[in-house]
Design a protein around this ligand. Structure first.
Ligand SMILES: *Cc1c(COP(=O)(O)O)cnc(C)c1O
Length: 409
């Protein structure tokens, strides 16, 4: 109880320190003042919802990513005309497949929807009677095999088709688990290093038994090469988020891979009304926005992005560099992380009298609100959702909070 109180008091103190600085048009930095004076995010503020600077990452809870101006224009243009939706879906799918260099593709309303539609494709194989009947999968192939350590909330999308998840832990268990009820093998790219079964085991087992293998690669862009490389490795189907690294619309995703399975996924999808996918509608604006995002991403100078992002992290590191007892390092997360620059900031929490989560809370409660990650190893700031200039605001806010604590200690 005592420790709660003291941490609460410290939080109030930090909050007050943060608020004091928002009054500070008088503060040394013109940039900070200019940023605060800018009426950004007014429509959100009018609802009492404060926009934020995102040094956390492409989390759906923080609205993923921000679409690029070209995507915004493409969506606005699309919004002005009627078209037959199915024609648009097919044409855009074909275009995306061509860009990615794969057999077929389709736009979904997110990577989670890609999981659901991939599963529906594998369970029904395009049979109209089965399409109507799922999630009642009586008499159908209705088992999906996953590595136990790949289980995640998003596999609900596979279960929503009426399947049962069969968990395996070794290549031998995988081999034994496959039977005539197996509809699909579901691999989660980001969790590969967690288990004893790697992608090659999965792909080979699928080929041996003629069972489609799906890879949930939701957040695996960048690197841009993954758009085609993951299908190229031998996965039958791959799903990506449209609203993460691609910077397409939030409610968009891609499913790509084998033509026969994409065709079956289509038949399970909007605009057909008696289907599982009808509840996952993607509008013409999202479809055209996603196409634009893929086109831009394909041509983008990704090295320049990496360089800019590293610069953001180095600048923040420099800004907090002279705060007593603060250490920082720019790093690229290892397997299972995004291959983009991050910044770790750490200190002796007891000595400074400020925990990582207290610091994070103070940053969230200040103005502008700054979101970042915390772990046992310190604060972890992601570079790739920052707009140029925001890194200075983050550096300044962080410096203020850390200095206030250091002074108090
Ligand atoms: C983000 C993510 C999802 C969900 O993606 P949406 O496009 O938001 O549906 C699914 N799986 C993994 C591994 C993810 O990282």
């Amino acid at each position: 109880m005592n420790s709660f109180r003291s941490s609460w008091d410290r939080r109030r103190f930090l909050l007050a320190a943060g608020l004091a600085s928002t009054v500070g048009v008088l503060r040394p930095s013109n940039l900070y003042a200019a940023y605060l004076a800018d009426r950004h995010g007014e429509s959100y503020r009018a609802l009492g919802v404060r926009p934020l600077i995102n040094a956390g990452g492409t989390y759906t809870t923080l609205t993923g990513s921000v679409i690029s101006p070209e995507v915004r224009d493409a969506m606005a243009e699309a919004s002005r005309y009627f078209v037959p939706l199915i024609d648009l879906q097919l044409a855009v799918g074909e275009r995306i497949a061509k860009i990615a260099g794969v057999e077929a593709a389709m736009v979904t309303c997110g990577a989670t929807s890609s999981i659901a539609l991939a599963t529906a494709a594998c369970v029904t194989q395009g049979d109209p009677e089965k399409i109507q009947r799922i999630p009642d999968t009586t008499g159908m192939k209705n088992e999906v095999i996953m590595v136990k350590s790949h289980r995640m909330g998003f596999d609900h999308a596979a279960r929503s088709i009426g399947t049962k998840i069969i968990e395996v832990e070794t290549p031998e268990e995988l081999e034994k688990a496959i039977n005539e009820k197996t509809a699909m093998l579901l691999f989660v790219h980001i969790f590969e290093s967690r288990g004893k079964i790697n992608r090659n085991h999965f792909i080979a087992a699928g080929k041996r038994h003629n069972v489609p293998v799906f890879n949930d690669a939701a957040a695996e862009l960048p690197p841009a090469t993954n758009l085609s490389a993951i299908v190229g490795e031998g996965f039958d189907l791959v799903g990506f988020s449209g609203g993460k690294g691609l910077r397409g619309p939030q409610a968009s995703g891609i499913l790509l891979g084998r033509k026969d399975l994409i065709d079956a996924a289509h038949k399970n999808n909007n605009p057909f009304s008696d289907t599982i996918g009808r509840a996952m509608k993607v509008g013409k604006e999202e479809i055209m926005g996603l196409l634009k995002a893929v086109e831009i991403y394909h041509q983008r100078d990704h090295d320049a992005d990496q360089k800019q992002w590293r610069g953001f992290m180095e600048r923040i590191a420099k800004m907090v560099g002279d705060v007593p007892s603060i250490q920082s390092e720019v790093y690229i997360p290892g397997p299972g992380g995004h291959p983009v620059p991050y910044l770790r900031v750490k200190w002796d929490q007891r000595k400074v009298g400020l925990t990582y989560s207290e610091c994070s809370e103070a940053l969230q409660e200040g103005e502008p609100r700054v979101d970042l990650n915390t772990s046992d190893n310190g604060l972890e700031l992601a570079s790739y959702n920052l707009f140029p200039g925001e890194e200075r605001i983050v550096g300044m806010r962080l410096r203020e909070v850390l200095l206030a604590a250091a002074k108090k200690a």
